[in-house]
Design a protein around this ligand. Structure first.
Ligand SMILES: [Zn+2]
Length: 68
């Protein structure tokens, strides 16, 4: 899945200078009830004030069926 509408402006300070960060390694998000490697997390970050505007797992399909 690719995202079609990432944020373009920081809701806190109105800066348009955003960056893309990534959580990987031991900080991956894993499905709660599956033996799985989990998925890295991407963040859209304001490079002015540091606010994390959006976060995404890179493989959302891994999390299907994990909540009832
Ligand atoms: Zn900001």
């Amino acid at each position: 899945m690719r995202h079609v509408s990432r944020a373009t402006e920081c809701p806190k300070c109105r800066s348009k200078e955003l960056g893309l960060g990534k959580h990987s390694g031991y900080a991956v998000m894993s499905p709660v009830n599956k033996m799985s490697l989990g998925s890295n997390i991407e963040y859209v970050i304001c490079t002015n004030c540091g606010y994390i505007i959006e976060s995404y797992v890179q493989k959302p399909e891994k999390f299907k069926g994990t909540i009832f």
